[in-house]
Design a protein around this ligand. Structure first.
Ligand SMILES: NC(=O)c1ccc[n+]([C@@H]2O[C@H](COP(=O)([O-])OP(=O)(O)OC[C@H]3O[C@@H](n4cnc5c(N)ncnc54)[C@H](O)[C@@H]3O)[C@@H](O)[C@H]2O)c1
Length: 356
């Protein structure tokens, strides 16, 4: 890794963090009084020991000043490249739209930044994602993508629970999502990979339930995983309400992860009280508790610092971000071809993804 001839931190043991993009996920979600947990990169840096949020960059001056005031950050930049050259950042959050991520990563390299926390989807194309991953790798810069559920203990417990076979053979998985195959789909596909491993093939058709972004349509999909699990993914219309659910039907019961991952229901097998000789599913106490500590963003930032300290690969790496993007590209290709089956991995794709 190139050395800049300076100590790692501005203050002893304190990493210097900066954010480019002070919109919703960068800063704004924490304005929402209904969110009882830290929901932004800025909020997470502010609350995490060992890191100081020293600079913000955004094209929008009003937003910059507003969040500079709110988070107590004095160094504010309209041009993120100036922030990178002047602030000697150790950690950079990229909270802009996906089409800008590659350019920002490339400008961050060789400025001393050692870890990048990049919003999803990782990039606008597979080739851009490949360059981001390769360049970070070459420069020994940690690249972590914000598919948040990987950092959350409840989802980690579900992954272990499934891997240990405690729900038995998985018969079927059905998921519901809203607001675009790239925007929300990227979270869902990453979560399904986290639970079930790599995808063998996908099929998709454009959903009649429209997305709120015409450049990021809704797709109804089938995902076949290498381990034999088949997942059905159904899109709904976010104008009615928002939904993010994963319904896992195993041989030993059913686990439903609902309310965007904040709730869960479990059903176990019992003798039917209605039909002699049959067994049915009955609501039972969930073996995994979704309540309690659900601070995805705090866990993510703590994990990133841990990766820096230990020089470890993050739980959601650039490769993981690329895999989610690959599923999105494959589904768009499939939907364009009226549901043609698309085998993964994709060597390349000409699909450009716009997620807002
Ligand atoms: N992980 C999550 O749960 C989650 C949630 C929301 C959004 N996101 C992702 O985060 C990204 C941003 O989404 P958002 O909803 O916060 O968008 P947003 O529009 O609210 O904010 C984006 C901000 O980036 C700024 N910006 C854009 N280009 C810039 C540049 N070149 N230099 C400086 N500032 C620039 C804009 O002015 C804007 O303030 C998207 O990729 C989105 O998919 C992730």
């Amino acid at each position: 890794m190139p050395t800049l001839g300076r100590s790692l931190s501005a203050k002893d043991g304190i990493y210097r963090a900066g954010i480019v993009g002070c919109g919703r996920i960068g800063c704004g979600f924490d304005d929402d009084p209904r969110r009882g947990y830290v929901s932004t990169h800025a909020g997470a840096y502010r609350r995490t020991p060992g890191v100081e949020l020293v600079a913000l960059a955004d094209l929008d001056q009003a937003g910059l000043e507003r969040y500079g005031g709110k988070f107590g950050v004095r160094s504010l930049y309209n041009d993120y490249r100036q922030m990178l050259t002047q602030e000697q950042l150790d950690v950079l959050s990229i909270c802009t739209w996906n089409g800008t991520h590659l350019e920002i990563v490339e400008n961050a390299l060789n400025t001393g930044v050692r870890a990048i926390f990049c919003e999803k989807p990782i990039a606008e194309s597979l080739s851009s994602a490949d360059v981001m991953i390769r360049r970070c790798d070459e420069d020994s810069v940690i690249l972590m993508v914000d598919h948040q559920r990987r950092f959350d203990r409840f989802h980690q417990h579900v992954a272990t629970y499934l891997r240990e076979g405690r729900l038995g053979k998985i018969q079927q998985v059905t998921c519901y999502y809203t607001a675009g195959v790239a925007n929300t789909g990227s979270h869902l596909f990453d979560l399904l990979r986290f639970f079930f491993g790599e995808v063998e093939w996908v099929q998709g058709i454009y959903s009649k339930n429209e997305s709120n972004n015409q450049n990021d349509p809704n797709v109804d999909a089938w995902l076949q995983f290498d381990n034999g699990v088949l997942a059905a993914v159904q899109a709904c219309d976010v104008r009615y309400y928002t939904i993010f659910e994963v319904n896992i039907v195993g041989a030993l019961g059913r686990l439903r992860i609902t309310s965007h991952g904040f709730d869960a229901q479990f059903e176990e097998i019992r003798e039917s009280t209605r039909f002699a000789g049959y067994r049915e599913l009955h609501v039972a106490e969930a073996p995994l508790d979704p309540s309690g500590h659900r601070e995805f963003m705090l866990q993510a930032v703590a994990h990133l610092l841990d990766c820096l300290e230990r020089d470890q690969k993050p739980l959601c790496s650039g490769e993981d971000g690329r895999r989610a993007l690959e599923i999105i590209c494959a589904l768009r290709e499939s939907a364009d071809a009226r549901g043609r089956r698309i085998q993964l991995p994709l060597a390349s794709s000409s699909i450009i993804i716009e997620s807002r």
